[in-house]
Design a protein around this ligand. Structure first.
Ligand code: NAP
Length: 468
């Protein structure tokens, strides 16, 4: 076989997923000197950019500027996007093996972790991922409903997703009006009667998963105050020892929390309570099967044999009334059909991004992985760059060593024919650019960054109108 990677015979790579990990990998592959690479990127949604569109909070527009970088990658010759094409439904691993030399999975972590406590299935108990996808206009979640007539809301977890959810619940309609939040979510949140929001941390301020800029912002909202009880802001002996060698972010987190604890209350309408050393043991229900509150246990910290600081329940319990509960305790990767999965870690089984056969632990030739489905749901958008580069390094080394798939049909037209046969409503990058322009124009009329389409049919109809 002639080694691929030349202008006439480029290395053909299929990337599954179109979030940051996918774009960083495409960029790294396509800018290599001396290797010609053609990338076909697939996403089950018609729109690219994954969590940058569907996860990053609407009041964090600056973070979304990274899409400009991804757009430049998409403009490279040899790049194609096939949106609304789902791996496992429209294309299978065998299809891809027939058309590509290498396959890169970047499907993220598509579901949420559960708490495993009674009451989790009551009406009014939701995952934060559902709420985030809803307010960001994700087509699969636009029909969700959340009872925002509840005055008190509990969010379990104190990572950055919990912080996003708390902020969106506490923002005023005026603050939300200038964002790209989905229209229906704006309307629902403008009518919201939520007044008290509780974020529950099972450990102390020194172990919080949020990052300093994000937690600091909780103290800067227009009509909501962040409240921490001085007792819970206090750092215990174990944490004091830990803080002696802690990184700057941890020290800053503790400092911000202690500032919240010492701040005098003010006359703001909404109250955001950041709690520490408490775990929910049960979500309590009312007679009509709806969430009525949360039963909590107070924790203490202890050091495990391997040196980690973990929470342990005490005998001290309390109950918090609440009409809505969001669990925000991390995302979880989902197995893809025909791709080896590590069910303990909920990632695709891999070594430095090379997919491994679970039986032999040998590399499955031609298969690679990047992003959250490679390493688990951690880090910020930029973290995916180094992560993607690590995998691309393996891909190029394998190409150099001649370890690539030998597709029977590497012709790009053949791949496109197959895709369009399976999904006649596949969206191209050009289609996305049109959607982007329409959304942005609609936003300009009302002083917003964009007004999103939230249904695939609606997007397709808008494209039809532009095409005709
Ligand atoms: P995360 O950072 O892993 O936080 C998960 C939180 O859930 C932690 O507070 C964790 O506490 C808690 N938790 C886990 N199991 C629990 C249980 N059984 N009971 C009670 N609490 C439990 O996850 P995330 O918030 O979903 O965020 C995912 C990633 O996206 C993170 O890397 C985050 O920084 C990133 N992100 C960034 C931004 C931003 O930069 N603005 C925004 C959103 C998300 P323990 O620490 O005790 O385990």
């Amino acid at each position: 076989m002639q080694k691929p990677g030349t202008k006439d015979h480029p290395l053909r790579v299929a990337i599954i997923g179109a979030g940051p990990a996918a774009f960083y990998a495409a960029d790294s592959l396509m800018k290599q000197d001396g290797v010609a690479v053609a990338v076909d990127m697939f996403d089950r949604l018609p729109t690219p950019f994954g969590l940058v569109r569907g996860g990053v909070a609407p009041d964090h527009q600056k973070i979304k500027n990274v899409c400009r970088v991804f757009h430049k990658t998409a403009m490279r010759p040899g790049f194609r996007f096939f949106g609304n094409v789902e791996f496992g439904t429209h294309v299978t691993i065998d299809d891809l093996r027939r058309h590509y030399h290498q396959i890169f999975f970047a499907t993220g972590a598509q579901t949420d972790r559960s708490l495993g406590i009674p009451g989790e299935d009551l009406a009014g108990s939701h995952s934060a991922t559902e709420f985030v996808a809803w307010y960001n206009g994700h087509p699969d979640y636009c029909d969700c409903t959340f009872d925002l007539s509840a005055e008190s809301v509990v969010i379990v977890g104190i990572g950055n997703v919990a912080v996003d959810v708390a902020r969106i619940l506490c923002r005023t309609p005026e603050e939300l009006a200038s964002t790209d939040i989905a229209d229906y979510a704006f309307e629902a949140l403008s009518e919201s009667r939520v007044r008290d929001v509780y974020m529950l941390g099972r450990r102390g301020p020194a172990q919080a998963a949020f990052t300093p800029p994000e937690v600091k912002e909780l103290g800067e909202m227009e009509d909501a105050v962040a409240i921490v009880s001085p007792a819970e802001a206090e750092v215990d002996e174990l944490s004091k020892q830990y803080l002696e060698n802690a990184d700057r972010d941890t020290l800053r987190n503790v400092e911000i929390i202690q500032q919240f604890a010492s701040a005098a209350g003010n006359g703001r309408f909404k109250r955001l309570y950041i709690r520490f050393l408490v775990s929910p043991t049960e979500i309590l229900g009312s007679a009509d099967g709806k969430v009525a509150g949360v039963r909590l246990v107070r924790n203490e910290l202890y050091r495990t044999e391997d040196g980690r600081i973990r929470p342990r329940a005490t005998e001290d319990h309390e109950e918090l009334p609440a009409g809505l509960v969001f669990r925000s305790v991390g995302y979880e990767g989902v197995a893809l059909p025909g791709v080896p999965f590590d069910a303990d870690w909920n990632v695709i089984l891999n070594e430095q991004g090379r997919v491994l056969d679970p039986e032999t632990r040998h590399h499955v030739v031609g298969e690679y992985v990047g992003g959250w489905i490679k390493r688990g749901p951690s880090g910020v958008i930029g973290t995916n760059k180094a992560d993607a580069v690590e995998t691309v390094h393996c891909m190029l080394a394998d190409l150099e060593a001649g370890i690539v798939l030998e597709p029977e049909s590497p012709d790009p037209e053949a791949a496109e024919r197959m895709i369009r046969e399976r999904q006649p409503r596949a969206f191209s990058f050009e289609d996305w650019c049109r959607i982007d322009e329409i959304e942005t124009n609609r936003g300009q009329e009302t002083g917003r960054p964009r007004v999103k389409f939230t249904s695939i049919d609606e997007m397709w109809r808008a494209l039809d109108r532009v095409r005709s």
